[in-house]
Ligand binder design. Sequence first.
Ligand code: TRP
Length: 332
Amino acid sequence: MEDKKTLFSAVQPSGTPTIGNYVGAINNFVKLQDEYNCIYSIADLHCLTVKQDPQKLRKATLELMALYIACGIDPEKCIMFIQSHVPEHAELTWVLNTITYPGELNRMTQFKDKSRSHADNVNMGLMDYPVLMASDILLYNTAVVPVGADQKQHIEITRDLAIRFNSRFGETFVVPEGVFPKYGAKIMSLQDATKKMSKSDENINSYISMYDDSDTIIRKFKRAVTDSDNKIVFDPENKAGISNLLTIYSVFAGKSIEDACKEFEGKGYGDFKLKVGEAVVEGLKPISEKREKLMQDKAYLDEIIVKGAENARRIAYKTIRKVYKKVGLYRP
Ligand code: TRP
């Protein structure tokens, strides 16, 4: 166990997770848990950067923990914890803020996008989001960070901050690498395949929630936008809708893109969309059943949450002590 590299990742408990979160994140988390020392967090502090209904946020946090476990993340193998239970995340953010330049944060694509979509609430937390994320990662001597392609810039700034801190105060942080899944790093909207699938999309037909029932899933896939020719080939540039559906199918049916293309050669779009929907229904069924069962056993979930926070803190505490010492904070 000791000689494995440390892997860290997190998902925000905002709204219901989509199959995009599953394909781009949680499904990979499961696959990586034997190869690395895995630490998976629920980034509730990040959620506060946009307006949240407090009740819903609390519920979504517990649900996400249940989902992690239902998807196959093993609490015996991995550290799973809620970000706000480990105060070191906020503490390290403060220190890293003092070596971060406003210009670096101002030009982040996600900050610019969210400033537009949440124009009534452009707050300091939204701008500082990447520094909190850097803290998440750097607290745990993380070597690898599996994330969706949209998080590339955030990994870059994390590396920049680690290198900057190390060169200013001496070797402290491991400089992490991002790993991006080959296919499915980005599942696109079912209604506009040039946009990322997002749970905050106004059009509910554009995403499949991990909590959607079978009928809803099939209906949404039937309505998925495609294109006007009738060939099922993988070509994300020119056939974004079809390629997105092929990606989804390949993950849920457990087949390669190539095999999926062969399987649907000469088939019509209607038939294809139904098959994709059915594969997703089948794939999600055992997950939903397990998740619902876990949600009935709050005591068990809380036990994992408390234990996870203890284990995470043990590591985070050492890092923050080291950081405070390096920057010259006095301690008797
Ligand atoms: N920002 C990430 C996302 O939206 C979630 C996240 C928060 C994260 N902290 C992290 C991912 C640390 C990896 C590592 O997907």
